[in-house]
Write a protein that binds this ligand. Structure first.
Ligand code: NAP
Length: 448
């Protein structure tokens, strides 16, 4: 455990007391504060102006009831959240997550991370996040639509292209964004395209948005390997999860010449030594909305392992793309024992703090989620740009912009790490570089 600078420890104690029981939020705050000791020693003004306290306290937190009727005519009640965390750099921006595990602490951890991730993109977007404990799994399209409509009937009054712009996350994909946007449009009588991102191409979406988080993660991994004289080509890769981020991380890694030999979902994992068949995976997960067992049944040579950890499969590059704290210290030990060279987080905070420390101690290249998965929100910002100019870019142009943005994210992390005495430490670099940008903007904007 790293010891915090005493001035920062005092603020962290306040965060613990003020946000009791929100373990994931505590973890996310601690991870950032651990990097900031040298920053507040060099610039004590951040302490005098209470920037740390302000940055740890959301500007606004909304919690509301979402009543809806299921297909059997029963009334169901869910709880929804939107945490508008920090708007120093632009309108609040961050996805909505629909998963039974969602509670305020998860939304605050994600919103807090989002402030720094968005700053790293170099684009004018603030940080926010939302979600609900609604589980779309096993629900009909009509049930998902009624739930989304009810949620938006409350949320719409807090949104706007200059105020707060949600997108997708776990459990929220193109279908859900469509229903949310439809209801927003109906209630407000405004075709305000820039109010939600991740829209379908037919009604204002951006090319490459669907692929962006996974592609961006792989671009970042490739840059990180390149700066150490290596590359993804010919490497054995594992992704965890088999959702939006995982599928497109696997696709881009394959395009760059890697062999992606395993992926997972919450019931187990698939090993496919011939390299994942991405088109089949997309069919199973995106079209059929089926479980991974169905992939193994249709793919000769692939096998499904129920339960267990996908990290037991030997690999050189690991891309955790499922959910928070899915890769613990035992998994990290296994990966290191199997000779892993690099880990890039496609998901948000998928590696536990102890796992991250073990990777760093063993000289495994490690890219934190707030840097490695920033390509998703960056392309959301590109979607907003296209909406604002009533334009629609080609796939090639948009992918090129994404690639340049990921270059910039990598560069910012590497430079700040070097400048503050931790060369090669992307965690420190990401935290310091993004903190400085947000903190300086907050100082410039006064006490608001
Ligand atoms: P998704 O499409 O819903 O896929 C999530 C995947 O992770 C599914 O395979 C799911 O398996 C698995 N998973 C979810 N919760 C799990 C749990 N508690 N235990 C084990 N497996 C679990 O979501 P996504 O958009 O790919 O998001 C994945 C991660 O990336 C999240 O951390 C998210 O915050 C982060 N992220 C997403 C974006 C984006 O643009 N979508 C951007 C930045 C970061 P089951 O189907 O079995 O549940």
């Amino acid at each position: 455990m790293t010891t915090l600078d005493p001035a920062l420890q005092e603020h962290f104690d306040t965060v613990l007391a003020r946000n009791a029981g929100e373990q994931e939020f505590h973890q996310a705050v601690l991870e950032v504060l651990e990097s900031l000791g040298p920053v507040v020693r060099k610039h004590p003004d951040y302490l005098h102006q209470a920037v740390i306290e302000r940055i740890c306290e959301p500007e606004r937190q909304l919690i509301f009831r979402v009543p809806w009727t299921d297909d059997a005519g029963r009334v169901q009640i869910n709880r929804a959240f939107r945490v508008e965390f920090n708007s120093a750099l632009g309108p609040f921006k961050g996805g909505m997550r629909f998963h039974p595990s969602v509670y305020l602490g998860i939304v605050k951890f994600l919103g807090f991370e989002q402030i720094f991730k968005n700053a790293l993109t170099g684009l004018p977007i603030g940080g926010g996040k939302g979600g609900s404990d609604f589980d779309p799994k096993g629900r009909s399209d009509a049930e998902v639509m009624r739930f989304c409509q009810s949620l938006m009937t409350e949320l719409y009054r807090h949104l706007g292209e200059y105020t707060d712009v949600p997108a997708g996350d776990i459990g929220v994909g193109g279908r859900e964004i469509g229903y949310l946007f439809g209801q927003y449009k109906r209630i407000t009588n405004r075709y305000e395209s820039g109010v939600l991102t991740g829209k379908g191409l037919a009604y204002g979406g951006s090319r490459v948005r669907r692929e962006a988080t996974g592609y961006g993660t792989v671009f970042f991994a490739e840059r990180m390997l390149a700066s150490n004289g290596s590359s993804l080509s010919g490497r054995r890769v594992i992704v965890s999860g088999s959702g939006n981020v995982a599928i497109y991380a696997a696709q881009k890694a394959t395009q760059l010449g890697a062999q992606v030999v395993a992926c997972s979902d919450s019931s187990g994992y698939v090993v496919d030594e011939a390299g994942l068949d991405i088109e089949l995976l997309r069919q199973v997960k995106e079209v059929d909305r089926a479980r991974l067992t169905s992939y193994a049944e249709q793919r000769p040579g692939a096998r499904f392992v129920a339960g267990g950890a996908v990290w037991d499969v030997p690999c050189e590059v690991a891309l955790p793309c499922a959910t928070q704290n899915e890769l613990d210290v035992a998994a990290a030990r296994t990966l290191i024992g199997n000779g892993v060279l690099a880990v890039a987080e496609g998901a948000n905070m998928p590696c536990t703090p102890a796992a991250v420390r073990l990777f760093q101690e063993n000289k495994v290249l490690f890219a934190p989620g707030k840097a490695a998965n920033a390509g998703g929100v960056a392309t959301s910002a590109l979607e907003m740009q296209q909406n604002a100019s009533r334009d629609s870019w080609t796939f090639e142009h948009t992918e090129e912009r994404l690639s340049q943005i990921m270059d910039g994210v990598h560069e910012r992390c590497a430079t700040a790490a070097e400048e503050y005495g931790s060369p090669g430490n992307y965690v420190t670099g990401a935290n310091i570089s993004s903190f400085l940008q947000v903190a300086d903007s907050m100082l410039a904007l006064g006490v608001v």
